[in-house]
Design a protein around this ligand. Structure first.
Ligand SMILES: NC(=O)c1ccc[n+]([C@@H]2O[C@H](COP(=O)([O-])OP(=O)(O)OC[C@H]3O[C@@H](n4cnc5c(N)ncnc54)[C@H](O)[C@@H]3O)[C@@H](O)[C@H]2O)c1
Length: 340
């Protein structure tokens, strides 16, 4: 373990990259944000003026080879994740890459093969929910046998409607609603169920508000069922169209009880009663719901790079999440159950 802070660079300063960059610059212990990479001048200017980052790269290859860096954080478009992760590992850097690892299984396997050649480097995929205090508590209770044998997970990722239709264009590169949103629920289900092998998936969906999604073979509300070896099952729901706020929740049912995480979208414990009725304010989006988890996730990555605590989340978990997400997406389009 080193007493020096880990020197970190970030690539991608968009919707989520800016949040990660701010956390690395101001709120993460034992690391120093020293470099940033973006093809967009305004994003590089932002990193310099808002975060004081001096090493600014337009070219990703120069960024990963920057000798000042111990580790890189990749918050770039999903289609770039696999090649950029490989480039980072081959340049001798620890790497954190946002989810999903890739939009096809061979790309995930290529990353795994390169990571095996660099066993001293940490390679982590951002399944942030594993670092949320409530999900971690639920997992600990399951591992302690609190609900008996878990056999059924019902999990949803539901965003508030964005009338700008931002994600309609985003759908062209995100892999669609299951690869972009449900991939979190898929990872959680495997984690909570003890990593059973997925066998078959069936999906159906509808477009409630955003017809532009049809062009990408996508939907704004999607349902899926996944069957696992040994009898476990998972049911997923993803939506882009909730009226009231962001609502991520998960139920795990076992032979001796059940656990619920995140039921409802209440922002806090304030309940307002007036002439309109009795109500909570809602969580607006995933940033607000998982702000603490994003911090804990980055702290776990830094700790792993510094040799303080190994990660339980593996690249192979990320490959399986992609494999299952793809089978669900195929089923949405074929209308048939698909083998995973
Ligand atoms: N964990 C989560 O809950 C969560 C939430 C949102 C997004 N994400 C993931 O984060 C990733 C980014 O999503 P986003 O919403 O921030 O996207 P975005 O489009 O807002 O940002 C992408 C960024 O990458 C930059 N970029 C593009 N090409 C680049 C290159 N070659 N080198 C360096 N930078 C490059 C762009 O300039 C931009 O700053 C996606 O993979 C997405 O799945 C994860």
């Amino acid at each position: 373990m080193s007493s020096l802070p880990l020197k970190v660079g970030i690539a991608g300063l968009g919707r989520l990259g800016k949040r990660h960059a701010q956390a690395l610059a101001f709120n993460t212990r034992h690391c120093q944000l020293v470099a940033a990479c973006s093809p967009v001048a305004a994003e590089r200017d932002w990193a310099r003026s808002e975060l004081g980052v001096e090493r600014l790269h337009t070219d990703f290859d120069a960024f990963v080879r920057d000798p000042q860096l111990d580790a890189v954080i990749l918050v770039t478009p999903t289609s770039l994740h696999a090649d950029q992760t490989i480039a980072a590992l081959e340049a001798g850097k620890h790497v954190f890459v946002e989810k999903p690892l890739a939009l096809n299984v061979p790309d995930c396997e290529r990353v795994e093969a390169v990571a095996r050649k660099h066993p001293k480097l940490v390679a982590m995929v951002g399944f942030v929910r594993r670092f949320d205090a409530s999900y971690a508590n639920a997992k600990a209770q399951i591992d302690a046998g609190g609900i008996g044998k878990p056999f059924l997970v019902r999990s949803q990722t539901c965003d508030m409607n964005d009338p700008s239709g931002f994600f309609v264009a985003y759908s062209a590169q995100s892999g669609g609603i299951y690869m972009d949103c449900s991939v979190h629920d898929i990872d959680l289900a495997r984690w909570m169920l003890g990593n059973p092998k997925a066998l078959r998936a069936f999906a159906s969906g509808t477009i409630a508000l955003h017809p532009g999604l049809a062009e990408h073979g996508d939907v704004d509300n999607g349902l899926a069922i996944v069957e696992f070896e040994g009898g476990a099952r998972a049911v997923f729901y993803a939506s882009r169209t909730l009226a009231h706020g962001h609502e991520t929740s998960t139920e795990v049912i076992g032979t001796a009880g059940k656990l619920e995480v995140g039921h409802g979208a209440a922002r806090d414990r304030v309940v307002t009663s007036d002439v309109h009725g009795v109500r909570h304010q809602s969580v607006a989006d995933f940033f607000e719901r998982f702000a603490g988890a994003f911090q804990s996730e980055m702290a776990a990555f830094i700790a792993a790079c510094r040799g303080e605590k190994a990660l339980t989340l593996t690249l192979s978990d990320a490959t399986e999440a992609t494999r299952i997400g793809l089978a669900i997406t195929r089923s949405l389009r074929s209308g048939q159950a698909e083998a995973v």
